[in-house]
Design a protein around this ligand. Structure first.
Ligand code: DX5
Ligand code: ZN
Length: 222
């Protein structure tokens, strides 16, 4: 399985609905919504109002990547707006278990955990049995258009071995610098969900062709 998750951070916000429909028609599997608070990461992006606006525009699941210092403050608002899943950073959660359970059981949404390139991959292991997705950041979060950190490939391989042992149903996602030249390495190492912003919405031949091409490359490398 290779799921493509276009990140709307790199979309044309004046034509957001149109661009999301375009990648949906091209076979994108979910839409990745990057939420930044200016504290956990040095940039501001979007809030629940964007999810609310997109909800009627697409049937694709809306995946919310919370790059915020206090994720608990925002969960309910995004859930009400129509989010289907949340990905929260291990960096801001000394014990993520209460939040994992809240997202799954109270809000009834899917839950993922994410960690930055400088966190040991083993930190996620105790929680793998309870989550739907593990996201290995392949850049330091905050901005689209950064280069894939080459050491990420080994980290994804380590995560794949752990997931296979503990919870093979857990998806492995990569985010940051995923494009035609890097997706094969991440897929070969065991990732099966691929976030791509610049490589989709900044593509010369358009978002639809880029979505299809990225999936082909991922499938070929898996
Ligand atoms: C990084 C975000 C990413 C970003 C990816 O802070 O979490 O989702 O939008 O953008 P590209 O694909 O351009 O690296
Ligand atoms: Zn993201």
């Amino acid at each position: 399985m290779a799921a493509i998750a276009p990140s709307i951070l790199s979309a044309d916000f004046a034509r957001l609905g149109e661009q999301v429909r375009e990648v949906e028609l091209a076979g994108a599997d979910r839409i990745h919504v990057d939420v930044m608070d200016g504290h956990f990461v040095p940039n501001l992006s979007m809030g629940a109002v964007v999810v609310k606006g997109l909800r009627p525009a697409t049937r694709l699941p809306l995946e919310v990547h919370l790059m915020v210092a206090y994720p608990d403050k925002f969960l309910e608002g995004f859930a009400k707006a129509g989010a289907d899943s949340f990905i929260v950073h291990l960096e801001v959660l000394p014990d993520p278990r209460p939040m994992i359970r809240h997202i799954k059981h109270t809000l009834g949404k899917k839950v993922g955990l994410v960690f930055n390139p400088d966190m040991p991959v083993s930190r996620i292991e105790p929680y793998l049995a309870e989550i739907d997705l593990a996201l290995c950041m392949t850049v330091f979060p905050g901005f689209g258009g950064q280069a894939y950190i080459p050491a990420s490939t080994t980290r994804v391989r380590e995560l794949r071995a752990m997931v296979n042992r503990v919870n093979p149903a857990c998806e492995i996602e990569v985010d940051g610098g995923i494009d035609a030249s890097t997706i094969g390495a991440a897929a070969g190492a065991g990732a099966n969900v691929f976030v791509a912003g610049t490589a989709v919405f900044g593509a010369k031949d358009g978002p639809a062709a880029a979505t299809k091409h990225l999936r082909e490359l991922a499938l070929a490398a898996q």
